[in-house]
Design a protein around this ligand. Structure first.
Ligand code: TA6
Length: 290
């Protein structure tokens, strides 16, 4: 393991990787393959929000950072008894490699492979990997490989909780004129007319999206640039006041402290992967101080 990376016992005794290089620091839970913290050098505020009430317990999802929704996003349409957002975020992943790259970035690869327990709820052979590069930018690449002999279909998301100074004051740019399905209102189809501002419960699946977005945060005095590829959708979620109070692993005021902007293939944007084929979804985050 290079000096930049330390294996530690994290909250709940879960295994975490702590990364510290000249450009940034990060914390990654091996359980769930989940980035929990990312701070570029010199930046006071974390890019990631993690709830104080988050569960750090095998079998449960960690509320914050970058949960991986896979092999389905939301409810499993084939069986609503299955866990929402799939099983990747509730599974034990393993570390496949840790490297120091030229220029001082750190690359960590995590993997999840099918097993008897995954076959019980999803009967396919797969190799799922997450490549995390920690540097001036945080780069995340989720690759799904079909290791079986029949095609399978997935939906997926990198369900990122961005830490914000005050959610009621942020704006998300880059989705003006995009259509969205409004989950907060029975999936009615709506067209976004201006920059996104949060004024009530927001749970939207944007369709036919642009791949360069900006989260404008006037309180933390920064913009977060989000670029992506391999995604047909972007999901924007904020539970607002009542839902925030109802969700057991959020505090009642937490809706003010995060907005989820999720690179996704969701709803009807399913991805079919043939035997031996691989599909990649990639996102990069960078902080621009104002
Ligand atoms: O991505 C938005 C969403 O699907 C919302 O509908 C909301 O329920 C959220 O994810 C959180 O889901 P979770 O299962 O992590 O509580």
């Amino acid at each position: 393991m290079p000096d930049q990376v330390e294996l530690i016992k994290g909250k709940g005794g879960l295994p975490f990787l702590k990364v510290n290089n000249t450009k940034a620091s990060a914390l990654i839970s091996i359980y769930a393959g989940q980035v929990l913290s990312y701070k570029p050098e010199g930046e006071a505020e974390d890019v990631m929000f993690v709830s104080e009430n988050a569960y750090f317990q095998e079998g449960k999802a960690i509320k914050g950072g970058v949960p991986i929704c896979w092999p389905w996003f939301g409810a499993d349409i084939t069986d609503p008894e299955h866990p929402d957002h799939g099983f990747a975020r509730n599974s034990n992943w393993t570390v496949s490699s840790v490297d120091m790259l030229a220029g001082g970035n750190t690359r960590i690869k995590l993997e999840l492979v099918d097993s008897e327990s995954t076959h019980k709820i999803w009967p396919y052979k797969f190799y799922l990997s997450l490549e995390v590069i920690v540097g001036d930018k945080l780069s995340l690449e989720l690759s799904t490989c079909n290791k079986g002999d029949q095609p399978f279909t997935i939906t997926e998301a990198l369900h990122t909780y961005f830490n914000v100074g005050d959610a009621t004051q942020v704006e998300v740019l880059g989705l003006e004129h995009a259509e969205y399905l409004n989950k907060a209102e029975n999936y009615v189809e709506v067209c976004q007319v201006a920059a996104i501002a949060l004024t009530s419960e927001t749970d939207r699946i944007y369709t036919d999206v642009k791949h360069d977005l900006t989260l404008v945060d006037p309180v933390f005095n920064r913009n977060i640039k989000i670029s992506s590829s391999g995604n047909k959708n972007v999901v924007v979620w904020n539970p607002w006041i009542e839902r925030s109070a109802e969700i057991s692993d959020l505090d009642r005021d937490d809706y003010k402290h995060f907005v989820c902007i999720e690179i996704a293939n969701a709803a009807s944007s399913t991805v079919e992967i043939s035997p031996g084929e691989e599909y990649k979804m990639l996102t990069k985050y960078s902080v621009i101080k104002k």
